[in-house]
Design a protein around this ligand. Structure first.
Ligand code: ADP
Ligand code: MG
Length: 404
């Protein structure tokens, strides 16, 4: 789906324009209302700098947490606005309301290049209901709507969907910001025209949440490598003993069908790390996949599998990775994820396009200090999964078509 982008607009036309910028500032806050991870704020800086440098008057909106239409102070966007002010070398103000007279006055007072952050869109019930009145109130302060919130694009909310339509109805444009465009280019590029070999790596806890991704990716990839707890359900489908491992009984049939359809394109772990329980200090063994003891659970892929997966990744020209290969939060079961992350980083160094999607996978890569050695780490968790499933994201569909 090709959408009009901010980069395609002449910079000279932005001066003095009121730009309503939807970002994903859904950042974690600690008890003292400090932003504990500003990755999402930093990810929007290129768009914010472009707009401020061009002399636009920028009105930033975002959701944070799940206040469900209630004004809950612990979900205020003020700390995010303060963090943004530190990162951005321009005037950043915060207004303690999302729509209303105070917000409208603040927008009127903006000078060219100023930035104002409004209060959490989800403090208003109309946000998640995609209420036309809220969309209209937001559109009222916008000559141009820019959506950079890829992480919220799978939701049809007032600030992601309705507002785009409302701005257009008033004669304005609705375009993708630089981050949104980058997400769509990398994730869409991998799906539509990957440089081959194209290798996908899938892990994580549940096969059920990722089934549609497997289905969508299987015909497109040259190799699909599967690890994490998902692999156990495939083991069961192959008639193997899985001990006390996490298995989704109701997906075993489906796993069997996938194994048959995929043939040798689907690679499952050859060996696994097992323990009697998920605990640091538990007795850990490496066993072949057909030798999982009945009283053990598989909690990571084994070293032979890491070598096989790394060799596949080394040959790839495009790598798409979603989902940790083991319970990486516990150091004893982080080796598989580390091995794959290092293989992905090495592939990037030798010119492959590497893409990591998924909240936990991105966290694992960041923890290993390898984020800079991945071509693109997606900022969207649920949104990137839905995109990879081939679904239309409402926040993307709402933007102007590329040829408008
Ligand atoms: P992402 O957020 O990257 O999409 P998921 O949310 O699907 O990833 O899965 C991440 C979780 O999967 C992690 O919390 C990890 O502990 C868990 N996990 C991975 N392998 C296993 C396993 N073998 N057994 C149980 N849980 C696992
Ligand atoms: Mg997750």
């Amino acid at each position: 789906m090709n959408r009009r982008t901010l980069a395609s607009l002449p910079v000279s036309e932005l001066r003095g324009k009121r730009v309503l910028l939807r970002v994903d500032f859904n950042v974690p806050l600690d008890g003292g209302m400090n932003v504990t991870d500003d990755t999402r704020i930093r990810a929007t800086l290129p768009t914010l700098r472009l707009l401020a440098d061009a002399g636009a008057r920028v009105v930033v909106i975002s959701h944070l947490g799940r206040p469900k239409g209630e004004r809950l102070p612990k979900y205020s966007l003020r700390p995010a606005a303060e963090r943004l002010a530190e990162l951005l070398d321009v005037q950043v103000d915060f207004v303690g309301e999302t729509v209303g007279a105070q917000m409208e006055a603040a927008v009127r007072e903006l000078r060219d290049g100023d930035v104002v952050v409004l209060e959490n869109t989800r403090f208003l019930a109309g946000e998640e209901d995609n209420d036309p009145a809220l969309a209209e109130a937001l559109a009222g302060v916008a000559d141009l709507y820019v959506n950079d919130a890829f992480g919220a694009a799978h939701r049809a909310h007032a600030s992601t969907a309705g507002v785009a339509e409302a701005v257009r109805a008033r004669g304005g444009s609705a375009v993708a910001g630089l981050l949104m465009a980058r997400e769509l280019a990398f994730l869409g590029g991998a799906l539509d025209r990957p440089e081959r070999p194209f290798v996908a790596v899938l892990g994580g806890a549940k096969i059920s949440g990722k089934l549609d991704v497997i289905d969508a990716l299987l015909p497109k990839t040259d190799r699909l490598l599967i690890g994490g707890a998902m692999a156990n359900t495939f083991f069961r489908a192959m008639g193997l003993e899985t001990g006390r491992s996490l298995v989704e009984e109701d997906r075993v049939e489906l796993a069997r069908r996938l194994v048959q359809e995929a043939g040798d394109r689907l690679l499952l772990p050859r060996d696994v790390r097992v323990a009697p329980a998920l605990a640091e200090g538990a007795e850990v063994d490496v066993v072949a996949r057909d030798s999982i003891p009945p009283d053990r659970m598989a909690l990571d892929i084994g070293p032979a599998t890491v070598r096989t997966f790394a060799a596949q990744i080394a040959r790839a020209r495009t790598v798409l990775w979603n989902g940790p290969l083991g319970v990486f939060e516990t150091p004893a079961f982080a080796e598989g994820t580390r091995g794959v992350a290092e293989a992905v980083a090495n592939a990037t160094d030798t010119g492959a396009t590497t893409i990591v999607g998924g909240g936990d996978s991105a966290a694992a890569v960041a923890e290993l200090g390898l984020s800079d050695r991945v071509t693109h780490v997606s900022t969207g968790g649920g949104a990137s999964l839905e995109f990879l499933e081939g679904r239309t994201l409402p926040g993307v569909a709402a933007l102007d078509p590329a040829d408008a």
